[in-house]
Design a protein around this ligand. Structure first.
Ligand code: NAG
Ligand code: NAG
Length: 260
């Protein structure tokens, strides 16, 4: 939730509307499961009318005080496709599409007031394997979370653990654990790759299990990626247990053989 709100704030802060003029199509590359916020660059005034299209289908609009994820006939197809996955920010008109699906690839068109004021977002959704997003490790091992496609150095990248900011890359600067809560938990165990934005948690503990989110923001869009990390007990203790289970299985097998 916090991450979603941040997306809206970033959209609102960084974008002068006029910077769009000249950029016909904004390319956005995301992976399956990501959420993406497409910014309008507006602080909407009372008079602004905003419409969002996916291809030719209108999917959301704000007119005066009425904002809606489309419900009229023209929108039905869009509503079906994006069921419960769209959020429209009333202040800015920015559109968030959650949990992107491969079939969401395409051109999203933003129309402000009239046909003259249009911005196109060409969104490409790429497939991702579950193994990239759901990490299982044993205590003491390292786990690396890799953002994948986005490598633009101008983007701000922020890593969150259960909604606490733990690492940040802005331009040439990177910061790890700036607050006490983070330091206490991860002291010296986080590594950030400045080039790729990937985060490594070293010498993991069971308490490192949870949701990690990466938010990548440009001035025109922001992408939120979710990773799930599960750290299980150490490898050593599972050995004897597995051994005992194996013996029990063998005994029951032999016992069954005797019965037959
Ligand atoms: C993607 O959308 C298609 C069609 O709406 C649906 O059948 C499929 O289950 C979706 N995939 C995921 C991963 O949600
Ligand atoms: C959108 O991007 C894809 C892949 O990069 C490209 O093939 C396609 O032509 C682009 N479409 C538009 C309208 O720019």
């Amino acid at each position: 939730m916090k991450v979603f709100i941040l997306c809206i704030i970033l959209c609102a802060l960084f974008v002068p509307v006029l910077s769009y003029v000249g950029a016909d199509v904004v390319s956005v590359s995301v992976m399956e499961g990501d959420s993406v916020c497409l910014c309008t660059g507006l602080i909407k005034s009372q008079q602004d009318r905003i419409k969002w299209y996916f291809g030719d289908i209108r999917i959301a609009q704000i007119t005066r005080d009425l904002s809606k994820i489309c419900t009229d006939v023209q929108c039905n197809e869009g509503t079906e496709r994006f069921r419960d996955r769209l959020k429209l920010d009333h202040q800015t008109g920015s559109l968030t599409i959650m949990n992107m699906n491969l079939t969401d690839s395409g051109v999203y068109k933003l129309q402000i007031n009239s046909h003259n004021n249009e911005i196109m977002f060409n969104v490409t959704v790429r497939a991702v394997s579950a193994a990239e997003l759901d990490k299982m490790k044993k205590t003491g091992e390292s786990v690396s979370l890799d953002p994948g496609v986005v490598k633009n150095p101008d983007n701000v990248k922020m890593w969150y653990f259960n909604d606490i900011l733990i690492a940040e890359i802005t331009g040439d600067q990177s910061k790890i654990c700036t607050d006490d809560q983070c330091k206490e938990r991860f002291r010296d165990r986080l590594k950030l790759d400045h080039q790729t934005g990937s985060l490594t948690i070293m010498n993991t503990r069971i308490t490192d299990s949870g949701d990690y989110k990466l938010q990548i923001s440009s001035s025109i869009f922001s992408i939120t990626k979710s990773f799930s990390v599960t750290i299980t007990g150490s490898g050593r203790s599972s050995g004897p247990i597995a051994g005992v289970q194996c013996m029990l299985l063998l005994f029951s097998f032999l016992w069954l053989q005797l019965l037959v």
